[in-house]
Design a protein around this ligand. Sequence first.
Ligand code: 23J
Ligand code: MN
Length: 263
Amino acid sequence: MSAAATLGQFAEQLLSGEIEVVDLTAPLGPDTPIIKLPPELAVDTPKVEIHTISEYDDKGPFWAWNWLKLGEHSGTHFDAPHHWITGKEFSDGFTDTIPATNFVAPANVIDCSAESAGNPDFLLTADGVRAWEAKHGPIGKGEWVLMRTDWDRRNGSEEEFLNADENGPHSPGPSVDCIEYILERGAIGWGTQCIGTDAGQAGGMEPPFPAHNLVHKANRYGLASLCNLDRLPPKGAILIAAPLKIVRGTGSPVRALALVPKE
Ligand code: 23J
Ligand code: MN
């Protein structure tokens, strides 16, 4: 089929509802959970603030608008390669220099919800990914790998979302060999439903924070705090996730959307 015919059919099926748009984005506001890093290591991102400029009043009689204060890595967000020291040299590794074609790509959704419900420190391994491929088909070059944990059900409460105790946060994520394997397959990025792309306990891995360290070293991307992955098929969805074109930005909140065939 010609690309024009494909897009023509796509337009029809989008308008008829045969192709659905699923919102993978959490609400972005003052209640948005924000990552807390060990105090000896870091300064945290401030909470999101939304300030009214006017709302049809003496500050602006006919219009409403707000100004925002927010970190790049707030809420459902995109991690660009320059976010991590291993990716700092890529001239196309900033939110304003990544080619726009990379913001639209097929998604592989690996369901780890049962494992994560039983163990908040669950790690998806390379063997886990290979077992998933044996069942659903290979992860292709240029495709996203998304870890479904249903962690979005905790997103309304920062305490539940971070799930921290005296030993730090406990949330599922990838093992080192998982990330090595998906990069070998040529994945364009790694996405999760937790506060960041790495597991809560990933600071103690070797290398520390392997999703950040290895994905960005390969000039690939991350997505964090994704919602509604339970509404996506294992394969067949197209993910659209475009960061704001922040000049030399290291990441950005996104409105992440999936195009999904309606069952
Ligand atoms: C900075 C340091 C460690 C981490 C993160 C940021 C994130 O998760 C992020 O939002 O990129 S783990
Ligand atoms: Mn981030």
